[in-house]
Each structure stands twice: as structure tokens, then as C-alpha cells.
Design a binder for this molecule. Structure first.
Ligand code: ASP
Length: 314
């Protein structure tokens, strides 16, 4: 079997005007990239395990809009979406509108590995989480809610009229710091995952792009893998993750593919966001069409790199 150069890249969301500390945000993605890299460095460490470890780290960090610290629905509740995809066989598992676990990405992985389905939603997904076969600890809804997200919801309510989508009109509403990870392991397997609380003030029951295959993630060992962030309704309309990988398949570099897919989304549906990509030959790329996106990546050649400005050259 041929050996690959392992690599991991993570994002902590693409935002327009960040409402809290850039350093805490950057630290959250650095911690996640380290957690994923620790898996890949071990002999036999898999891309799937690395993606799950990286996303769990951000879900458990209240700075990020996923797991603890998820942004809130219009009626002040948490409803989380998550997905994970295995590039070796295109297996995928996802959950939507869940509110009973700290780490929805792990629940998504259980859907992939322990059911015949791709996506479980709402009460069914919460019941599955509580089932013994998953072995996942459940948490009370309140433990997922932070003061920061409560105040963002308040702000959102005050500015409701102006908020079509923060990505388009650049209002400081917060709550878009969705998280994602993409990894390549030494066996040449790719995986990608994304996890989110969605967008502040969303209607109860709203499901965004994240748990939809080809939108929030795509992973295929024969091309590459991608995770996206940004205005979910826009991302879903252009199947952003798959679109970016089509560009990689057509010969563009991961950086170019990310930029071209985002430019297309902006011109076609006026949506903004960000993408991280690893190609099957271990090239790393990312871009965003918002003001900022927290990113961090790690490979043996460059070590850990990170930033919150995706427009500067790496
Ligand atoms: N894409 C997410 C959603 O719309 C939000 C984000 O990426 O921050 O649910």
C-alpha cells in the first residue's frame, strides 16, 4: 500500500465582524488541529478518528458555535447539526436538530457506523443518542447554552429587521462560528466533518447545510475532502463542498478551488462563507468570502500554522 503524508486542517467558522476575542477563537482551532494531529501521528491513526477528535475539541469549547456554546434559535433553544464522511467508501452519518449531547459529531459517526441510515433528526436522533448501543453520555439542554449566545440572540432580536443574513449585510450578530475538520491519514484515506449550532435566531426546526451531503462536507479518496462554513441556505443551494471538489477534480489547486467555489456562491446567490480542503495528494487549501475565518492546519513539513485572516497568503 502506498504511504501518504498525513495532514489535518480545521476551521472555526467564517464570520463578518467577530464579536469576541480573536485570540480565543484562534486558540480553539489550534487546539483542535493539535488534537487531530495527535491521532494522525500515532501509527495507524485514521483520518476519521482525527476529524472526530478535532471537532470534539471545538464542540467542547464554548467559544465555538457547536456543542457547548451553540447559537440559539429564535425561541432561545439549542438545535445542533453535524456530519462526518469517510472518503474511502463514501460512508456518511449525520444528525440534525439534536439537543442532548455535547459532541454531535460523535453521534453522527454512530449513525454512520451503527445504523443503515445517513441522517437522523430531532427526537429520533436524541432517542438514538440515549440508546445503549451508542455509549454517548447525554447532557441537559441547559448545559449547552452560554451567556454569550443569550446576548447574541438578544442583539439579533433588536436588529431582526436588518438581518437577512449576516454574511450578506455584514451585521454584527455573531453565532456563525461553525466548526469543521478535514484529514488525510498515512494510508491515503480522507475524511471530513462539520458541526454547528446553526445561525442565531433561526426558526425552530431549521436545518442548515451542515448535515446535507455535498453541502457541509464531502470526502472522496479519489479527489479530496472539504468542509464548509457560512450562510447555510446559500451553501445548500450551490452544494458548496462538492462544488469545490469538482474544481479540484478539474485540476485547480485546493486554494483556487476554494476561492472559485466561494466566488460562485457570492455571485449566484449572494452568500458568503469559507472552505477548507485537502486534496488526495496532501495539498492543503482554504479561503473565505467573509471578513474572517479561523483556521489551523498541521503536517510534518510545516508543523502547526493558524490564523483568522484567510485572505493573506499562507
Ligand atoms: N453553515 C452554518 C449554518 O448555516 C453556519 C456556519 O457555518 O457558521 O447552519
Amino acid at each position: 500500500m502506498s504511504r501518504s503524508q498525513p495532514a489535518i486542517i480545521v476551521h472555526g467558522g467564517a464570520v463578518s465582524r467577530h464579536s469576541y476575542s480573536l485570540s480565543a477563537w484562534r486558540a480553539s482551532v489550534e487546539d483542535a488541529a493539535r488534537a487531530g494531529w495527535a491521532v494522525l501521528e500515532k501509527s495507524g491513526g485514521t483520518a476519521l478518528d482525527a476529524v472526530e477528535a478535532a471537532i470534539r475539541s471545538m464542540e467542547s469549547n464554548p467559544v465555538c458555535n457547536a456543542g457547548i456554546g451553540s447559537c440559539l434559535t429564535s425561541d432561545g433553544r439549542v438545535e445542533m447539526d453535524a456530519i462526518i464522511m469517510n472518503g474511502s467508501n463514501l460512508d456518511v452519518g449525520a444528525v440534525a436538530c439534536v439537543n442532548s449531547v455535547e459532541n454531535p459529531v460523535t453521534l453522527a459517526r454512530k449513525v454512520m457506523e451503527k445504523t443503515d441510515h445517513v441522517l437522523l433528526v430531532g427526537e429520533g436522533a436524541n432517542q438514538f443518542a440515549a440508546a445503549e448501543q451508542t455509549g454517548i453520555p447525554t447532557v441537559s439542554k441547559e448545559t449547552l447554552i452560554t451567556e454569550q449566545r443569550k446576548s447574541e440572540l438578544e442583539k439579533f432580536r433588536q436588529f431582526r429587521k436588518a438581518v437577512k443574513a449576516d454574511f450578506n449585510v455584514q451585521i454584527d450578530g455573531g453565532g456563525h462560528d461553525t466548526v469543521g475538520a478535514v484529514a488525510l491519514d498515512s494510508s491515503g484515506n480522507l475524511a471530513a466533518g462539520t458541526s454547528t449550532g446553526g445561525i442565531t435566531g433561526k426558526l425552530p426546526g431549521r436545518v442548515g447545510d451542515v448535515p446535507i451531503v455535498g453541502c457541509g462536507v464531502y470526502a472522496d479518496n479519489s479527489i479530496g475532502a472539504a468542509s464548509t462554513t457560512g450562510h447555510g441556505e446559500s451553501i445548500a443551494k450551490v452544494t458548496l463542498a462538492r462544488q469545490a471538489l469538482w474544481f479540484v477534480e478539474a485540476g485547480r489547486s485546493p486554494d483556487e478551488a476554494a476561492k472559485d467555489a466561494l466566488d460562485g456562491m457570492l455571485s449566484r446567490v449572494r452568500g458568503r462563507g469559507g472552505i477548507i480542503i485537502i486534496s488526495k495528494d496532501a495539498r492543503i487549501g482554504f479561503n473565505c468570502s467573509t471578513d474572517d475565518m479561523a483556521w489551523a492546519y498541521c503536517n510534518a513539513r510545516e508543523g502547526l500554522k493558524s490564523g483568522t485572516n484567510c485572505h493573506s497568503s499562507k
